[in-house]
Design a protein around this ligand. Sequence first.
Ligand SMILES: [Zn+2]
Length: 455
Amino acid sequence: MTSESKVELEFLGAAETVTGSRTVVHHRGKRFLVDCGLFQGPRDIRERNWESFPQPREISAVLLTHAHIDHSGYLPRLVKEGFKGPVYSSQATRELCEIMLLDAAHLQEEDARFANREKYSSHDPALPLYETADAEAALRLLKTVDIHQPYTISDGLSMELFRSGHILGSTYIRLVADGRSILFSGDIGNGRSRVLKPPEPPPASDVVIMEGTYGDRNQPRVDVFKEMQEIINRVIKRGGTLVIPAFTVGRTQELLHIIGCLEQEGKIPPVPVYLDSPMALDATELYLRHPEELQVHNGAGPLSCSNYHAVQSADDSMLLCMSHDPKIVISAAGMLTGGRVLHHLKAKLPDEKSAVLFVGFQAEGTKGRLLRHGLRKVRIHHQPIDVEAEILSIDTLSAHADSDDLMAWLVQLPEPRRIFLNHGERLALEALQYRIKTELGWKAEIIRQEERIPL
Ligand SMILES: [Zn+2]
């Protein structure tokens, strides 16, 4: 092989962990970055965002599989460190990044302000990882690539996008480098979204880099419509409020669709539904602007119901908190790490008629985790709050493929020359590696942080 056609992969994140997706593709002396994610979670993992990125100016382009922050949220920092673009993604990913990166910058600024006020940071003064201006600069570098249209990004290197059914705009990226194909799965959807089109079959590729977030677990296959119907009817009948802490992209739109369907089918009354999160409202509007990504097309409001209210202003949100009428309130943040939902919980947790419904993973150390584990008193905004409301959870709205889904995805491919597993905890990846070996007889390699692999 000539040095001219040498291709190497370098894994700078999402190695034996689920965040910070960053893979460098070295090709003909140039460097291309596939995904540019933020490390999230416990402090020792988040600290890695502060390590300087190797030669950001020398990156020729960034390619994004989707807009989730663990895949796109490092971009403003990379720009701050000197990266000049371009950044390629699908159209919907590009538009979703506009919402998410500005929000991420805002959160970085707030965290730094809070750390300075409380003087808990070891840095003095505490600085944000990036600011709104950096996010705006990053957004100016975004370029749209059409799905299913091979696009040349450099001599001898082209990319093509395929829908992955994970969130709006999410894709696999298939690179062809001097005739060799490399498939990046990004995050793979599970085909059980009621809103998004299902994931496309992966295209045949020489090398596959595959996520394994739930490589060791299967989700229960329960009827979420029936569960929601029972919960809504029970809470509304006794005159309570159903508060749903929502993840703004994906799960909120699934919930709106499910509630709308239940109402249309006469299984629940036309209960008032309030969406109280400016970012979730923006994301929902964006979903509706991309019908080509959706499988729901029932008239004017596929993500709505007859008694739907968009709560924009903070004043209206506070008024809503004071209302005792039976209703559903969907509000962020999903893990109760901040946001308007905390005000709703302050008002409704002491009310035995009301209920809180968790629809997503609650990370360790969050109020969401404590409540879900049955704590009867929580502190919100420095006040002790008694928990009298019913605490419920539904685990089937995940946007991720589980272990069986991942296997079903992979088996559609002719055997790749090499398979690399990333984006998963060590145990999850080992379980997936074992299944691939025993069920398909294929070899899969678990990648390590900062490992560089010639292809
Ligand atoms: Zn994702």
